[in-house]
Design a binder for this molecule. Structure first.
Ligand SMILES: Cc1cc2nc3c(=O)[nH]c(=O)nc-3n(C[C@H](O)[C@H](O)[C@H](O)COP(=O)(O)OP(=O)(O)OC[C@H]3O[C@@H](n4cnc5c(N)ncnc54)[C@H](O)[C@@H]3O)c2cc1C
Length: 290
């Protein structure tokens, strides 16, 4: 049974922000509800007012702007999968959508909900970290933009204030050409990540540039392994250097043991997946542009 709560369907971002302001800390944004409703059923959350943003059209747009690609917080995983902009420029994100839950959930689950929920294993976070994304947060008073890496504070904790909503995600352009994603789950489809990793990079004559490595499910929050990135950055790509970077990525993770795998197993899998993703991203960075 769901706890008793009031409900309002927001018609615009301004309306949603007004509702948040009016109802204060008891209000919660409802996007796809695929995390929030589960939390309410389990009585982990008991909001007194649900502000439903699922019909707010201005949150459901994907645009190419000056210097960035802007993805509205209300874009669903299915919306990302079907977007020509995403397919063409962010193949890393398209790849993630293929591993995300099931078709029903993909039709409801939003990118904003995935970030705001801040699960250490949230699938969209490592790719967005690897793409150097920032998050646009809005209140009735105005907007601020924060680096995704700073937005995530800890497990299920973000910089979001009670009267703020995630309005959009910005990905700076040009995006690195070499992009790769690896997710290990206990099943092929619809599984929560045991380890996930995303890599983006450019190269010039074999020298690695703009290398970014995002890791999920192996620390209290998804994070970028700057130690591993520094090993690659500015160096000629080789199997040896990819193996050293993968080792550094494994050392920078802090995995726990749970029902999905032991800390030792996760540690070994970070090394294997990062090494594989580095090779794939490097190969793609040298493919001719369409
Ligand atoms: C069957 C099932 C399978 C799943 N599989 C996966 C999976 O494979 N990978 C994965 O990463 N996740 C998975 N999830 C978790 C969930 O689907 C995702 O985290 C999803 O992206 C959450 O988005 P939502 O729109 O449903 O968020 P909601 O449930 O509506 O909201 C989640 C939280 O974010 C807040 N919120 C939502 N939007 C905003 C906003 N714009 N601004 C501020 N706060 C906001 C809400 O208040 C709430 O606290 C699964 C869930 C289910 C039920």
């Amino acid at each position: 049974m769901l706890p008793q709560t009031d409900y309002v369907k927001a018609s615009s971002v301004a309306h949603a922000l007004d509702m948040l302001h009016q109802y204060g800390t008891g209000a919660a944004i409802l996007a796809g509800g695929t995390d929030l409703i589960v939390d309410m059923r389990e009585r982990r959350r008991e909001p007194t007012m649900l502000v439903d943003i699922s019909s707010v059209e201005e949150l459901a747009e994907i645009d190419v702007g000056t210097g960035n690609i802007r993805i509205g917080a209300g874009v669903t995983v299915a919306g990302l999968a079907g977007s020509a902009i995403v397919q063409h420029q962010l193949p890393l994100v398209t790849e993630v959508t293929r591993h995300f839950a099931d078709y029903l959930t993909r039709n409801r689950a939003t990118i904003g909900g995935n970030l705001a929920n801040a699960s250490p294993g949230a699938d969209l976070v490592p790719p967005l970290l690897a793409l150097n994304a920032s998050v646009v947060l809005a209140t009735a008073q105005g907007e601020r933009t924060v680096d995704l890496n700073d937005f995530l504070v800890g497990p299920r904790r973000t910089l979001l204030l009670w009267n703020e909503l995630v309005r959009a995600i910005h990905i700076p352009t040009p995006v690195p050409r070499g992009q790769a994603y690896e997710k290990l789950g206990l099943r092929t489809g619809g599984a929560i990540a045991v380890v996930s990793c995303a890599v983006s990079m450019d190269q010039a004559g074999g020298e690695c540039r703009r290398v970014r490595i995002g890791l999920g499910a192996v620390a209290p929050r998804a994070f970028r392994s700057s130690e591993a990135e520094q090993i690659m950055e500015g160096h000629m790509f080789s199997s040896d250097i990819a193996a050293r970077a993968a080792e550094a990525a494994a050392n920078s993770s802090q995995p726990i043991s749970d029902v999905r795998g032991s800390a030792e197993y996760r540690h070994a899998m970070v090394r294997a997946l990062v090494e594989r993703a580095l090779h794939a991203a490097y190969e793609r960075s040298s493919e001719p542009q369409e």
